[in-house]
Design a protein around this ligand. Structure first.
Ligand code: CU
Length: 266
């Protein structure tokens, strides 16, 4: 991300604007500290939002065969959760879209980025909502150091447990609606499994990365990873039931490359 560079420039711009007494239409950049920017290590000009330079890897994820049926969830003992559904809720082990599109695949660059590259984590939290006794979203990514905000939207006790091997595991109780807990992760790990000790069907999967080059496929199976510097990358696609696949993709400039993945349902 080149946010660091941008914020310095943007900050100076703000000061100029303000000193002229203009209406402050420039958006919410916090008053930039006047101190000169400290020299920053390894400024890799990459952007995760695609608004700046870099290459793009996009693709579609599909599966062959017949998707297994997602088990029904028995919420009869959690009336407050059950009431949130019109039809009986199921687990989300395999979420398929039209034409065998596969959702909830975590796609990330597993190799090829410069070893010394440093990417600043956004201060914007990644949110995991417990709502209707399910996790939303079911698969998600986060950067090392980025706030991970766990919210309880249910008037029932949830107990979120992070099963991590490289990161510090945690186990947090949220007995009532509106509770919020924030954690961070210190090292890359794909995946950290999230479970609820109270509701055995509640599962989510969190990919922790030290760079912003990851995405989760949508209902149409598509994903997009933007802002990649030139390089040859291993792109890995992870699915909770169907395993992993990799592709090698070379990016030379600001072009868009395609990497499609097809899993076999089993
Ligand atoms: Cu729960």
């Amino acid at each position: 991300m080149n946010g660091r560079i941008f914020s310095v420039v943007g900050g100076m711009f703000l000061l100029t604007v303000c000193s002229k007494g203009d209406r402050s239409s420039v958006q919410a950049a916090p008053a930039a500290p006047a101190a000169p920017a400290a020299p920053q290590p390894a400024a890799i000009a990459a952007s995760s939002d695609g608004s700046a330079d870099g290459g793009t890897i996009t693709g579609k994820i599909k599966f062959t065969g017949t998707a297994p049926r997602n088990p029904a969830i028995d919420m009869s003992e959690e009336a407050a959760c059950k009431a949130k559904y019109k039809t009986s809720p199921t687990e989300e082990n395999v979420v398929a879209g039209p034409a065998n599109a596969l959702a909830n695949v975590f796609v990330y660059v597993s190799a090829g980025l410069p070893a010394n590259a440093k990417y600043q984590a956004p201060s914007t939290p990644v949110t995991l909502d417990q709502n209707g006794c399910r996790y939303h979203p079911h698969v998600l990514g986060i950067m090392v150091g980025q706030p991970f905000e766990i919210i309880n939207s249910d008037p029932v006790l949830h107990n979120i447990k992070a099963i991590a091997k490289k990161n510090r595991p945690f186990n947090v109780s949220q007995p009532s609606a509106g509770m919020k807990t924030t954690r961070t992760f210190s090292t890359p790990e794909v995946m950290v499994n999230l479970e609820c000790n109270v509701h055995g069907w509640m599962k989510a999967f969190l990919g922790v990365r030290s760079d912003p080059f990851y995405a989760v496929s949508g209902e149409d199976g598509s994903f997009s990873i933007k802002g990649l510097p030139p390089g040859t990358y291993t792109v890995e696609a992870w699915h909770e039931k169907f395993g992993t696949q990799t592709a090698t993709v070379t990016v030379t400039g600001t072009e868009s490359k395609t990497a499609n993945f097809t899993f076999a349902a089993h």
